[in-house]
Design a protein around this ligand. Structure first.
Ligand SMILES: Nc1ncnc2c1ncn2[C@@H]1O[C@H](COP(=O)(O)OP(=O)(O)OP(=O)(O)O)[C@@H](O)[C@H]1O
Length: 272
C-alpha cells in the first residue's frame, strides 16, 4: 500500500511493544490513523494509555514493533538511520514532555534555537529573534536555558520545534507548566506556525483549538471528535470501546444483546 501523497502521517495496524528483561508491555495495538496536511489533532486519553508512545513513533524516535508507518509519504520501516535523521531534522518539530530534555542547558535560549537550525538550509529557518519574541522570551534570550523557569523552558522548546518550519509539529503537553496567558500564546503559535500538528494534552484550551481529537485508551484508538461531536471508532475485528461514562450501564465483562437497525446497532444489557 502507498500512502496518499497529501497525508502527513499514516499508521496502518501499528503495534508498539516495550520489552525489558522481565516483562513485555504492549503500549499500542492496531493503531490506524491518518493525519492529513493542515490538520491539527489533540491526542487525549488517561495516563498510561499510550499517547507519548504514539508521539515518539510519529517523531521517528521509535520504530513500530509491527504494522506500517508513513511520515510525509516515506515509510519509516524502509528508511535507514541517516535518512530517518534527515527526515526528522527537515520535516518534524518535537516538544517532549519534560521541557528540559529538549534543551542544551549551558547554551543560551538564542543559541539553542540556532543549534536546532544547523541541520537545515538557511531558507528553511525562521528568524530566531521573531520566534523568541512570539513566545515572550526576548528579555531572556542570552540566559542559559538551564537557568530558565519550567514555563520559560517549555516556551523555548516550542520555539525550537517550530524553528525549521516543520511540516509536522508534535508536542507532548506543551502547556502543562504555563499560566492562562502564555498557554494561549503557545496554542496560537502552534496553530499559526505548525500547519500540521499532533499534540498530547489534558488542557481543554489546547484540545478546543485543534480541528480534531483522537482518544487513546489502553493502547487503542477508542474515540474521535470532530466539530464538537464525539464518535466511537470501530476498531479492527469490529471492536468498540465504550466510553467510561457508559460503563455503569454496560460494565466491562458484562453481556449485551446486539440489535440491528438500518444504519447501525443498539447494545442492550442481557437479561433485561
Ligand atoms: N520505555 C518503556 N519501557 C517499558 N514500558 C514503557 C516504556 N515507556 C512506556 N511504557 C509503558 O507503555 C504504556 C504507555 O505509556 P505512555 O507513556 O505512552 O502513556 P501516556 O498515555 O503517554 O501516559 P501519560 O499521560 O502518563 O504520560 C504504559 O503502560 C507505560 O508504563
Amino acid at each position: 500500500m502507498t500512502a496518499p501523497a497529501n497525508a502527513a502521517v499514516r499508521c496502518d495496524g501499528v503495534v508498539q511493544i516495550y520489552k525489558t528483561r522481565e516483562i513485555e508491555v504492549v503500549a499500542l495495538r492496531d493503531i490506524d490513523l491518518v493525519v492529513e496536511d493542515g490538520e491539527s489533532v489533540a491526542l487525549l486519553g488517561p495516563s498510561g494509555a499510550g499517547k507519548s508512545t504514539l508521539l515518539w513513533l510519529l517523531a521517528g524516535l521509535l520504530r513500530p514493533s509491527a504494522g506500517r508507518l508513513w511520515l510525509g509519504g516515506a515509510e519509516v520501516g524502509r528508511l535507514g538511520p541517516r535518512a530517518l535523521d534527515r527526515l526528522r531534522a527537515a520535516q518534524i518539530g518535537v516538544v517532549m514532555q519534560n521541557p528540559a530534555r529538549n534543551l542544551i542547558p549551558y547554551a543560551s535560549a538564542a543559541q539553542n534555537v540556532a543549534f536546532a537550525q544547523r541541520a537545515v538550509r538557511r531558507r528553511a529557518r525562521r528568524p530566531a529573534g521573531e520566534l523568541l519574541e512570539r513566545v515572550g522570551l526576548t528579555s531572556v534570550r542570552d540566559r542559559p536555558a538551564g537557568l530558565l523557569s519550567g514555563g520559560e523552558q517549555q516556551r523555548l522548546a516550542v520555539a525550537i520545534a517550530l524553528a525549521n518550519r516543520p511540516r509536522l509539529l508534535l508536542a507532548d503537553e506543551p502547556t502543562s507548566q504555563l499560566d492562562a496567558e502564555s498557554g494561549r500564546a503557545v496554542v496560537e503559535l502552534i496553530k499559526e506556525m505548525g500547519p500540521t500538528s499532533v499534540v498530547v494534552t489534558h488542557d481543554p484550551r489546547v484540545s478546543e483549538a485543534m480541528s480534531r481529537t483522537v482518544t487513546i485508551r489502553d493502547g487503542r484508538i477508542g474515540a474521535e471528535g470532530r466539530d464538537g461531536e464525539d464518535f466511537v471508532v470501530i476498531g479492527r475485528e469490529g471492536a468498540v470501546q465504550l466510553p467510561p461514562e457508559y460503563h455503569e450501564l454496560l460494565p466491562p465483562g458484562s453481556m449485551a444483546r446486539v440489535e440491528p437497525l438500518r444504519d447501525g446497532v443498539i447494545l442492550r444489557r442481557a437479561g433485561e
